[in-house]
Design a protein around this ligand. Structure first.
Ligand code: 2P0
Length: 352
């Protein structure tokens, strides 16, 4: 191997929104959840991460830049992902450029990683899901790793739990698994992005402020103190997951909306049941819920489902284009934007 070459690969991965929520770990290091979860992956044109990974004998150490700013790779989550992917690296040959990397060389070679989010990182929208999924996928391409997406998802999971669901498009299930080593805690695609093309996802950014309680520490506190979380994980989610899978397979929006809203509300109830209680939603979030509930009831059948993650922003899933157009009109009427810089009612539209 000469010293002058650089080999690069780029990948793009969208973020995902859970409709059956992941909240609580049974193993914090391996990131093993207490229940299954189901998500929808967004269109890469909107919320996604693009990551370029490069390898060269000239690189002195592993380094990473996020949105142009260097960040530390010393954290356990990055180290676990890099270690697991390096273990699976295979021979790579670029005959045209006379480059050959043998399997054993990967242990010694260093990586440079540049990652960009195409959405405002400060907007409180989950970025770790797309970020770790993209990192693992890009490295797998660079290192000629032969594992399939599900197997790669088990590596991305060790970066951030929700990341494992971003390796696929469409609707995705993260199976919690039973093994202590996490080998069966991975994501599978339920249906691809073409299965339910009518759906429109609108994200209403209620606040761009950084959340006070991170997901990681919030779910740790819930596991330690919430008896509702135990009930949810054992009794509620197993049944709800089956019903949600059926609703998705049948494109049954009424059931889908009922289950997604109920699951979001229960996740936030678990947060309230935590000691000290965690408040992710705010008054505007509550007003959006009341408004959507009222609209759905007045139509006789749900037009829009809502779901809220570890923050106040509303993810609104409209049954079709017409409902999405009405939703945007109504949101702008009830929540008029105050100024360009005020992100109240700043809308990000996404078609799945
Ligand atoms: C989810 N959330 O299923 C749930 C719903 C937030 C609420 O996954 O500690 O950033 O990195 O595994 O994945 C956020 O948690 O937490 C999350 P870690 P992650 O999307």
């Amino acid at each position: 191997m000469g010293e002058k070459w650089v080999l690069m690969k780029t990948a793009q991965t969208p973020t995902n929104i859970a409709v059956i929520k992941y909240w609580g770990k049974r193993d914090e290091t391996l990131i093993l959840p207490v229940n299954d979860s189901i998500s929808v992956t967004l269109d890469p044109a909107h919320l996604c991460t693009t990551t370029t990974v490069a390898v060269s004998p000239a690189f002195q150490q592993d380094r990473m830049w996020l949105n142009g700013k260097e960040i530390s790779l010393s954290g356990g989550r990055y180290q676990n992902c890099l270690r697991e992917i390096r273990k699976r690296a295979r021979e790579v040959e670029d005959k045209e450029r006379g480059i050959k990397i043998e399997k054993k060389d990967w242990e010694k070679l260093h990586l440079h990683i540049a990652s960009y989010n195409n959405f405002p990182t400060a907007a409180g929208l989950a970025s770790s899901a797309a970020g770790f999924a993209c990192l693992v996928f890009a490295l797998a391409k660079l290192m000629n790793v032969s594992e399939d997406e599900s197997q790669l998802s088990a590596i991305a999971r060790q970066g951030s739990g929700s990341a494992c669901r971003s390796l696929f498009g469409g609707f995705v299930k993260w199976i919690m698994g039973k093994e202590d080593d996490g080998s069966d805690s991975l994501a599978v695609q339920l249906v691809d992005e073409k299965h339910w093309e009518d759906l429109f996802i609108i994200i209403a950014v209620v606040s761009s402020r950084q959340k006070e309680t991170s997901s990681t520490s919030g779910m740790r506190e819930s596991v330690e103190t919430s008896s509702l979380l135990q009930h949810r994980a054992k009794e509620v989610v197993p049944k709800r997951t089956i019903q949600m899978e059926e609703a998705i397979q049948n494109r049954d929006f009424a059931s889908f909306a009922k289950l997604a809203c109920a699951d979001s509300n229960q996740f936030h109830a678990v947060c309230l049941d935590t000691l000290p209680p965690i408040f992710y939603m705010n008054d505007t979030s509550h007003r959006i819920i009341s408004y959507v509930e009222k609209w759905n009831r007045s139509e006789g059948t749900p037009q829009v489902a809502y779901t809220f993650d570890a923050g106040p922003n509303a993810v609104l899933i409209a049954r079709d284009r017409k409902a999405a157009a009405q939703l945007i009109q109504r949101l702008l009427f009830y929540f008029p934007p105050k100024s360009d810089t005020d992100l109240d009612s700043y809308l990000l539209g996404d078609k799945t």
